[in-house]
Write a protein that binds this ligand. Sequence first.
Ligand code: ACO
Length: 326
Amino acid sequence: MYRSLVTGCGAYLPSQIVTNAELAKRIDTTDEWIRQRTGIRQRHIAADGEFTSDLGSAAAREAMAQAGVKPADIDLIICATSTPDETFPATATRIQTRLGVGQGAAFDVQAVCSGFVYGMAVADNFVRVGQAKTVLVIGAETFSRILDWEDRSTCVLFGDGAGAVVLQATNGVEKTNGAKARGVLSTHLYADGTHHDALYVDGGPSSTKTVGHLRMEGKEVYRHAVVRMAEAIDAALDANGLTPGDVDWLVPHQANIRIIESMGRRLNLPGDRVVVTVDRHANTSAASIPLALSEAVGDGRIQQGDLVLMEAMGGGFTWGSALVRW
Ligand code: ACO
């Protein structure tokens, strides 16, 4: 059985930043309301003509450079996105071409804000059975394109961006200095489609032949998020015989600072062990975890041997966790 090591991380954020104060000039909201309820101060918005595949390609290039892998090494590209460039082909295939990767498989994963955790799970399973050796897992989104900019209860919450990781197979079990096995230890995925109406996009090729706009019952999502993500955290720890005290870093989906802090408290983690980007990025859906990972690896917070716990919940509902010994 092989195991997947995370060998590189990358990120890309569009250059245009929109602050809460700028939004308050266009819609009936205030910086204070947005910050108090969500912790968001600003978000990045993709430029006209800048697509999800552009964001994803830039993040992937950075992850590949960090991992020291070339296009010829990649045998699988998974792009988690709910805002693909086109209905088909998969955005992953657009990214494949941009990167100059001429072999292997490429497909998208659609699990909204849980997309990156779903993508990690799929990639890790390909690696474990020996079907892929070097995998790019990308979370890339241009949620600004599916927001109803007249709906203040949703449009203030989201932003655009992309993050990526390179997973590489190891057949010996790589050990840390303390002789603990490195790599993806486990992934846990869940879905419950009965909650469709709490979070969905009111359009699609088959139903309306339009793209549609995001619709959300914020309170309902919040209520489920705290319970479901806690379940996913417990499942990850139980499956590995670990306790909250073993976790070095929580890298959660970045939707709302209050949800993030409640997960940190559940793990008894000091605030500085919880990676937070929601203040600057807002909710970038499938991109939020790899963006946060990339930041915390890039600035030296996450070190080899650290136990990193990722968790997310999104439309569907879908939710899940991934536990990685860095
Ligand atoms: N500015 C000012 N007032 C606003 C705004 C705004 N942008 N939006 C809503 N309000 C008003 C409402 O109209 C309401 O006013 P009323 O009391 O006069 O009717 C009041 O603020 C309270 O609105 P609520 O929706 O009850 O506010 P709540 O405290 O629930 O906070 C929020 C809303 C921030 C959306 C919260 O419910 C939340 O974070 N939910 C979770 C969202 C989430 O985690 N999503 C993740 C998954 S996303 C994905 O998968 C794509």
